[in-house]
Design a protein around this ligand. Structure first.
Ligand SMILES: Cc1cc2nc3c(=O)[nH]c(=O)nc-3n(C[C@H](O)[C@H](O)[C@H](O)COP(=O)(O)OP(=O)(O)OC[C@H]3O[C@@H](n4cnc5c(N)ncnc54)[C@H](O)[C@@H]3O)c2cc1C
Length: 470
C-alpha cells in the first residue's frame, strides 16, 4: 500500500492562542470573538465552506424571544449587518405560532460569514477533519487531516464547536445522546424553491387556517383564524403545515407524501421569490456515524423530489415553483450532549430562569421533533433564560471549552439551546473566555480560572445581551 506523503505546510504555524473546531454558527461566533480579543485564532472545519447550518437554508431562531425581545447581540448583529449591506436581509418574521425567525438570503450569508472571519483576522483551515486531541501542562492540541498534511495544531485553549462534541469525546469527556432508548430527533435535508407566489399562498392560509400550525402561544390571545389574518397582513411566506392535520396529514395517509411531522416554509429571498423547505425526515439516523448518515442521503433526496411535487400540486402559490438548491449536507438536529460542570435543564428553560453569572441567553421553545410527533412548549411568558459558563466547560477538562449544539444540557434543554441564535451567543462567550484566559490574574491553566467579571464586562461591551430581558 502507498499513501500520500507530503511535508507539513510550512507557512501555517503550529502554535495558536485559541483553536476553534467547527465553523458553524457557534464556531463562527467563537472564532470571531476570540480574534477580536486579540487572540491568534485558528478555525478548522471538515467542510469546504464556513457556516455549518447557517448556510443550509435555515433562518435564525433564538435571537428574539417569543414576546419579540432581542435576546442575542454582538457577533450575530454584526453578521446580520453584513447580510443587510449585501442586500440579503429580510429581518425578523413572526410565524404567528410562537416564534420570531430572523430570515436572510442563504447565498449572501456565505459571503457575509467568510468576510466576517477574514476581517476579524481569523485564520481558517478547511476542509480539515479533526480526529485527535492531546493535552499537557502548557496547552492543548488537535490533530487534523487536510489537503497536504496530517498535523497537530496547538493552542492555549481549544473550543469544541463541532456540533457533535467530537473534540470533547476525544478528550475523554462524558456525554449523553438522544432520549430514552437512544431515540434521536430525525435529520432533515433542507431545500429551497424559487418562483413562489406569496400572495396566493397567504390568501390560502387566510381561507383555510385549519391546515396550518397557528396560535400555539396562549399569550398571543389569538385563535388560528386571527393568526391567519395577521400572517396575511405581514405578507411574508412563513407558513407551517403539520403532519397531524389538514392537507399534509391527508397527503401522508394517501402515500402522496412521506411521513413527516412538519413542512415549514420560510422566506430566503424576496428578489428570487425563494423560500426554504424544512420537511424531509427519516427516523433512526445517528449523526455520529458516517455510514448511518450516508445511508440516509438517497431516501432524503427522494423526499426532496416528492415534497416538491406535493407543493406544486397542492399548495396555492407553488404552481410554478422551481427547485433552487438542496442543502450541501444533511442537517443533524441531535447527537451528543457533553456533560459539563453544570447541566442546563428543561426547568431552567421553561421557567425562564435568570442568573447573575449568565454569559448567554436562550429563548427558543422546548422543541423535540419526531417523524410522527412534535413536542413543543413555550417558555414562561414568552421570555428568555440565562446560560452559565459552566455549561460550556466539559467535566474534567481544563483547556477545553465548548459551544453550540453540544453544550451541557438535558435533552429538553438541548432542544431549545440548539438553535443558531443561542449557538452564536454561547460561541461568542466561549471565544471571549478562551481569549481572556491568559490575561486573567488567576489564570492557572484551567479555563475555570478565567476572570468572570472581566468576561461579562467584555461580552457586554461587545454587544452581547446578558441583562434586562424578560
Ligand atoms: C433541519 C434542521 C432545521 C433547523 N432549523 C433551525 C432553524 O430554523 N433555526 C435555527 O436557529 N436553528 C435551527 N436548527 C438547529 C441549528 O441549525 C443547529 O442546531 C445549529 O446550527 C448548530 O450549530 P453548531 O455551530 O453547534 O453546529 P453546526 O452548524 O452543525 O456546525 C458544526 C461544524 O463543525 C464541523 N465539524 C464537525 N465535526 C468536525 C470534526 N471532527 N472536524 C472538523 N470539523 C467538524 C462541521 O463540518 C460543521 O461545519 C435546525 C437544525 C436542523 C438540522
Amino acid at each position: 500500500m502507498t499513501s500520500l506523503h507530503l511535508p507539513p505546510q510550512a507557512s501555517l504555524p503550529e502554535d495558536w492562542d485559541v483553536i476553534v473546531v467547527g465553523a458553524g454558527s457557534a464556531g463562527v461566533a467563537a472564532a470571531t470573538a476570540a480574534a477580536r480579543c486579540g487572540a491568534r485564532t485558528l478555525l478548522l472545519d471538515a467542510s469546504p465552506l464556513p457556516g455549518g447550518e447557517l448556510i443550509s437554508g435555515i433562518s435564525l431562531l433564538g435571537c428574539l424571544s417569543t414576546r419579540g425581545e432581542w435576546i442575542v447581540g454582538g457577533v450575530v448583529t454584526e453578521l446580520l449587518d453584513r447580510v443587510k449591506a449585501l442586500g440579503g436581509y429580510i429581518g425578523p418574521v413572526f410565524d404567528y405560532r410562537a416564534l420570531h425567525l430572523v430570515c436572510f438570503d442563504t447565498e449572501l450569508m456565505k459571503i457575509a460569514v467568510t468576510g466576517l472571519l477574514a476581517d476579524a483576522g481569523v485564520r481558517t483551515l478547511m476542509p480539515a477533519f479533526v480526529f485527535g486531541f492531546a493535552q499537557d501542562a502548557q496547552g492543548a492540541s488537535v490533530r487534523a487531516v487536510h489537503k497536504g498534511a496530517e498535523r497537530w495544531y496547538r493552542a492555549r485553549v481549544v473550543i469544541d464547536c463541532s456540533g457533535d462534541g467530537d473534540v470533547s469525546v476525544m478528550a475523554g469527556a462524558g456525554y449523553e445522546q438522544g432520549g430514552a432508548g437512544g431515540v434521536l430527533q430525525p435529520p432533515t435535508l433542507m431545500y429551497r424553491v424559487c418562483g413562489v407566489e406569496s400572495a396566493r399562498l397567504l390568501d390560502f392560509v387566510r381561507q383555510h387556517p385549519e391546515h396550518f400550525g397557528l396560535g400555539d402561544y396562549p399569550g398571543l390571545g389569538m385563535d388560528a383564524r386571527a393568526c391567519a389574518e395577521a400572517l396575511h397582513r405581514q405578507g411574508l411566506p412563513k407558513v407551517l403545515l403539520r403532519g397531524t392535520h389538514g392537507l399534509l396529514k391527508d397527503a401522508i395517509a394517501s402515500g402522496e407524501m412521506y411521513p413527516t411531522s412538519v413542512l415549514a416554509i420560510v422566506p430566503t429571498s424576496l428578489a428570487r421569490k425563494e423560500v426554504s423547505i424544512n420537511s424531509t425526515q427519516l427516523a433512526g439516523v445517528d449523526g455520529t456515524r458516517a455510514e448511518s448518515v450516508s445511508a440516509a442521503l438517497a431516501p432524503l433526496m427522494a423526499q426532496v423530489k416528492q415534497g416538491l411535487d406535493f407543493l406544486r400540486r397542492r399548495l396555492p402559490g407553488f404552481e410554478q415553483a422551481q427547485l433552487a438548491a438542496v442543502a450541501p449536507r444533511i442537517g443533524i438536529r441531535e447527537t451528543r450532549r457533553i456533560l459539563g460542570d453544570y447541566v442546563l435543564s428543561g426547568e431552567d428553560i421553561l421557567h425562564a430562569r435568570k442568573r447573575a453569572d449568565g454569559i448567554a441567553k436562550g429563548g427558543h421553545e422546548l422543541d423535540i421533533l419526531g417523524v410522527k410527533d412534535h413536542r413543543h412548549e413555550t417558555i414562561a411568558q414568552g421570555g428568555s433564560y440565562d446560560i452559565p459558563l459552566e455549561c460550556l466547560i466539559p467535566r474534567g477538562q481544563t483547556r477545553l471549552l465548548m459551544a453550540g449544539r453540544c453544550i451541557s444540557s438535558t435533552r429538553e434543554a438541548q432542544s431549545s439551546a440548539r438553535v443558531m441564535g443561542t449557538c452564536m451567543a454561547t460561541g461568542q462567550a466561549a471565544g471571549t473566555a478562551a481569549a481572556l484566559c491568559d490575561a486573567s490574574p488567576g489564570w492557572d491553566g484551567d479555563v475555570r480560572s478565567v476572570d468572570r467579571t472581566a468576561l461579562r464586562r467584555r461580552l457586554l461591551a461587545d454587544g452581547a445581551i446578558l441583562e434586562g430581558t424578560h
